[in-house]
Design a protein around this ligand. Structure first.
Ligand SMILES: Nc1ncnc2c1ncn2[C@@H]1O[C@H](COP(=O)(O)OP(=O)(O)OP(=O)(O)O)[C@@H](O)[C@H]1O
Ligand SMILES: [Mg+2]
Length: 228
């Protein structure tokens, strides 16, 4: 039975990559539950499958077995279109390598989830909200710059603003400070935790840092395809 209060209820996930010459087995029976407002750190050695897990939880990559429920809905049982809508409205994703679209300016990048989520607001209103998000991460003065004109830390802050655009109840962050110097990393984490706290977002944070993991309510280790 699934618990309706769980933001994530993921059970028995299997996931492999099938390459021409071999199969890489990544997840074998991984399970995770997360309550509203809860913050969980996921740790584990490089290549163990943390990003894969986050993609499966984030409606980006279908598992071969198991089920992922987000706010009670079994996301891989939905149509492609409904899943894309759920992803835009309910999940904010901060990628290991930012994933900003280079042909759009920063404000437009932040506006994307509003469009993907089917917002009926005017372009002007959506842009105004995107600028507010950029103000929260200290980047309003870079709104009309393209991603490649920004530093790594600025790109990660823009990616965070984009993840927060639709005020999703769930944030998934994949080593959001991995490529940044310590003080910029601390700034990103302060923003992430500050905003999660203010808004009651649940958070799954992949990190290599025990200090960062200690900021969360629980730490899970991914090893041998499972979370322990
Ligand atoms: N698209 C892909 N095709 C084939 N194999 C892949 C693909 N993506 C990941 N893998 C393999 O799956 C395994 C898990 O990768 P994943 O990126 O999930 O690890 P990770 O724990 O996030 O590592 P890191 O800490 O280095 O980011 C790795 O061994 C990797 O080689
Ligand atoms: Mg990774």
């Amino acid at each position: 039975m699934s618990d309706p209060d769980l933001v994530i209820d993921a059970r028995d996930l299997d996931k492999s990559y099938h390459l021409p010459h071999k199969t890489v087995t990544v997840l074998t029976g991984a399970s995770l539950t997360l309550s509203a407002g809860e913050r969980v750190a996921v740790v584990g050695r490089s290549g163990v499958g943390k990003s894969t897990l986050l993609h499966v939880l984030g409606a980006l990559d279908r598992p071969e077995a198991g089920e992922v429920r987000i706010n009670g809905r079994s996301i891989y049982a939905l149509s492609e279109r409904d899943r894309a809508m759920l992803r835009a409205r309910e999940i904010g994703f901060v990628f290991q390598s930012y994933h900003l679209l280079p042909e759009m300016d920063i404000a437009e990048n932040v506006m994307l989830p509003a469009w993907a989520g089917g917002s009926r607001q005017s372009r002007t209103a959506i842009r105004r909200r995107a600028i507010e998000m950029l103000e929260r991460v200290g980047l309003a003065d870079r709104a009309t710059h393209t991603p490649l004109e920004l530093s790594g830390g600025e790109q990660q802050r823009a990616a965070l603003a984009r993840a927060l655009m639709n005020a999703p109840p769930l944030l998934l962050a994949d080593e959001p400070t991995g490529n940044l110097d310590r003080s910029t990393g601390t700034q990103i984490l302060d923003l992430l935790f500050g905003i999660a706290h203010q808004t009651g977002h649940a958070l799954v944070l992949v990190t290599h840092s025990p200090e960062v993991a200690a900021l969360c309510d629980r730490t899970l280790t991914l090893e041998n395809g499972r979370l322990v």
